[in-house]
Design a protein around this ligand. Sequence first.
Ligand SMILES: Nc1ncnc2c1ncn2[C@@H]1O[C@H](COP(=O)(O)OP(=O)(O)OP(=O)(O)O)[C@@H](O)[C@H]1O
Length: 264
Amino acid sequence: MIHLEAVAAGYRTFRLAPATLSFPAGTLTALIGPNGCGKSTMLKVMSRQLRPSAGRVMLGEEDTAGLAPRALARRLALLPQENAVPPGVTVVELVGYGRAPHQNLLGMQTGADREKVRQAMDRLDLLALADREVGTLSGGQRQRVFIAMALAQDAPVMLFDEPTNWLDIQHQVEVLRLMRDLAREGRTCVVVLHDIAQAARYADRLVVMKAGSVIATGAPKAVLTADLVRQVYNLQVEVHPDPVTGTPVPVPLEPGRDRCVEPV
Ligand SMILES: Nc1ncnc2c1ncn2[C@@H]1O[C@H](COP(=O)(O)OP(=O)(O)OP(=O)(O)O)[C@@H](O)[C@H]1O
């Protein structure tokens, strides 16, 4: 589990207000909120890419501030929002970089490392692309390669910043199901999502942010109300149950237009 104790952080022009939050093992949490509210900043501070200006980020009983980089990388994986594609690197090589924290200083892969890489590529539907240069792939294929690299890292805490960007609907659903499965396997998964209906459908818990502050946390059905969406996104919605899962789906209202539901 990962726990934030009164953590504050930010930049000259933007501050995260002090937040105390727990992300338990075995749980998928979706971090939602408008553009620029601080979701990526929150993941950066959780993954020590950004130093907190106050408070502590704890992995179990340990303060992440005291962990060596390799020890931290064995325990926590981050998929950033943007990933640079190294020139000339193939899919299998890039996914293999995820094994680096587990290898000796010579960087030799063992049979176990190669198996983890194969499994990660298989889970992201990448085996057929294994020998392709990453730079020649489509946006969605690349995104799946970077998710597979994070998966190959095999860390108990996994943070994903907008992992469904670029993906078609089939691969969006597969990635969200994968995240839910990783949580069911006992990992702590935190995912930034913009599609709040998907967040409500797949996550166990929502953390809702606005302007650098956490303003609500809890189960999607309890948290995702029309009032909350208006307060956070300044948008009028009705909230309807998802016809398949019963989870809340915010449906935007159109000013000056009567509701009109026609058969498809
Ligand atoms: N390296 C940086 N230096 C200065 N300001 C930054 C930096 N990174 C982000 N910011 C600012 O911090 C604020 C929060 O950014 P952040 O990327 O955390 O938002 P977000 O909620 O993830 O947004 P989005 O949904 O658009 O990805 C924004 O105003 C942004 O301009």
